[in-house]
Design a binder for this molecule. Sequence first.
Ligand SMILES: [Zn+2]
Length: 592
Amino acid sequence: MPQVEPDQRRSARVVARSGRVGGAPRLFDAVLLDRDGTLIEDVPYNGDPERVRPMPGARAALDELRTAGLRLAVVTNQSGLAKGLFTRAQLRAVHARVEELLGPFDAWLVCPHDDEDRCGCRKPAPKMIHSAARRLGTTPRQCVLIGDIGRDVTAALAAGAQAVLVPTPLTRPAETSAAPWVAADLSTAVAEILRRQTAIAPAAHRPAAASAAVPSVAAAGSAPTLVTAGPARRSRASGGAGTVLVVRSDSAGDVVVTGPGIRAVAAHAHRVVLLCGPRGRAAADLLPGVDTVVVHQLPWIDPAPAPVTGPDIATLTATLAAVNADEAVIFTSYHQSPLPLALLLRTVGVARISAISDDYPGSLLDIRHRVPVGVPEPERALSLAAAAGYPLPPDDEPALRLRPVPPPPARAGAPGYVVLHPGSAAQSRGLPPDLAVEIVRTLVTAGHRVVVTGGPDEVALTAQVAGGLAADLGGRTELADLAATVAGAAAVIVGNTGPAHLAAAYGVPVVSLFAPTVPFGQWGPWRVPTVRLGDPDAPCRGTRAATCPVPGHPCLSRIWPEEVLTALTLLGVAPSRPPRSAGATALARSGR
Ligand SMILES: [Zn+2]
């Protein structure tokens, strides 16, 4: 680490980035809006400006976005043009009326085609999202779309943008269930976009926790950060952070999604020590910004916890004391408690502790942060880091990142392959083996080259799934090798498990076969092109079950293999070979 006081580095950055207080990078540059049913009432095939009626609160909501410096574009399917139901001149008149009522937009993107035209721009295809981002001088992942039907959400996610669904009576319930983020109306959607934007890049840094005598509200919004009074603290004469202990227990995926929050801390600290569990160790080694990793299984976090014993807690306490941290930031998921660890950290004299806790922390926390349910895990971590005084620096961005990996193993084959990762540590989130077998057969028949990956305990599964048609890398992959295989792929087909987040970290599109045991908006691949498949309303929804509680694993077993092919097409991933004939496939399956 460079020998420079963190505060000096921070102020240099503030100066370098004039006009933006604090200089933290923003989550969103632009908001893309569907037109009919979102901005204005849906009047089918309307070519008459007199019939334009804004949705309730639309003007005020849009003005809030404009005031916040967000650029605005409309992205709209208008198949009435293809059907000859109105003319381009009439459409222009309607749009002039929309701007008269709702104010100016920075870009208008219109698909004039109908379904049978099979164009690339009609939502759910993502081309208009890409075009809008380009026209607005940004990238899809710095855009969020607001729409009223599933096509809007699918197009946004396939481009790597985020999406908010504002349902109308015409929205199908399954579309609402599948959406990562749902708001009751346009005003609520806008308020949440701005809240999330502010949560990771607050205007002011490092609230003066050390001097707070009474609880005070440090951040505005529905989930304020409470700066509670703590015990007497060591003075931090430098005003910056020396050694910061960051904590994320649990699995590899959990560690990867905490990466942005850890990078934010690292940008302001002299030294970052990460405490993780044994299952997260390999991922911890791939995280940028971590200087030292210490491993201990926390029995109040681990899903298969060992009994709490005096000697084990004594060992953990000694480990924590040896870190000699000035501060700690304890990252957790929403059903996990930071408080047992905070207590141990207090006993070894850590002077400043930050964590998210809905439970009352007493004097265990200096920064008690609150986050609404449903916020993406990486944003949850970033908002805690920001509340603790560590926003992402301007030369970083809110995205998953991992250290560079070597080229994929030779057995994966030439670039252009797709990875299918059928397993998961939690059976409820893995693919039904029969479905995985059928997906391989369908993809190979269509001309895709498939690589099947899995851990050392999944060798039988990957052999069954590869079936002589796909390259079987099961059991051969350390996490770094798996990361290399994923990083070299054209796309990854995977359940809600670690490799989905590895793919997001390397910018590889994901076909997410997502069991709804946890919220998709919170745990889905973050800021990477994604297509979600699977039944979002299956009875396992919201159960957090590790083993599927429903006979037949229906949330995933009812996926058609052809849906995976369609998803790859939406993601722009073409087969690397001509389609096989059925006979050739049969021969390959029989191993001849
Ligand atoms: Zn089109």
